[in-house]
Design a protein around this ligand. Sequence first.
Ligand SMILES: C[S@@+](CC[C@H](N)C(=O)[O-])C[C@H]1O[C@@H](n2cnc3c(N)ncnc32)[C@H](O)[C@@H]1O
Length: 231
Amino acid sequence: MEDKTQFRNFYGRVRGKTLRNSQKTYLADDLGAVQLRGVSRDENPERAKIDPKAIFGTGKPLWLEVGFGGGEHLVHMAARYPQIDIIGCEPFVNGVAMLLGKLRAAGVENLRLYPGDVRDVFDVLPDQVFAKAFLNYPDPWPKARHHKRRFVNQGYLTELARTMQPGAEFRIASDIPDYIRQSREEVPQAGFDRINDSPTAWDDWFSTRYEQKALREGRVPHYLTYRRAAA
Ligand SMILES: C[S@@+](CC[C@H](N)C(=O)[O-])C[C@H]1O[C@@H](n2cnc3c(N)ncnc32)[C@H](O)[C@@H]1O
């Protein structure tokens, strides 16, 4: 059967400023050890499902962060919760390099990353693998004609819902009122119950680069918490 997913569009940036030499070194020396295997089309052209237990070999609860940016929240969660394993996805190579630098300093073992589109990860995972998922400051796509590119659309959300365990928590942070509006509309349709909708962050929140930028520019963060409904 033809693999239609190979033609899917990614509209975000994959490269930014020229990488510093130290960042090039992180990518060359460190990425291999923490990269999630069996996800890219080169490694898995058949798109065969991978065994999530084989990723870490621990059997611990598995969490996901979509679009980790510079990785500050991802590393914070990995360090704070050694009893879980966490996967982060990020196609922006500068962000991946930043995360690798932070990983050297943090020395956490329970984190793997996929330097690409989260949809590639969804493709190869079986149902009900994630016990928690984070979507922090997703790309806002402000123009109405681009709203369909937002993560909070059924295309992304039904795959997220499929890969989440019943009762698993899904957190969204955003400073864009229209993104919060669309999340309130779309996320429940994909099979999530709203638990909290608040201007106050979670107790274990770690403010990200994009949140810091939003605060500097006078925008107001908002936090949504959902729970995957029982199947
Ligand atoms: C506005 S930035 C926020 C980064 C970070 N979460 C923060 O709060 O600082 C959104 C990030 O999501 C990433 N992203 C967009 N689409 C994605 C996708 N399909 N899969 C994984 N990451 C994605 C972008 O590359 C970008 O780095």
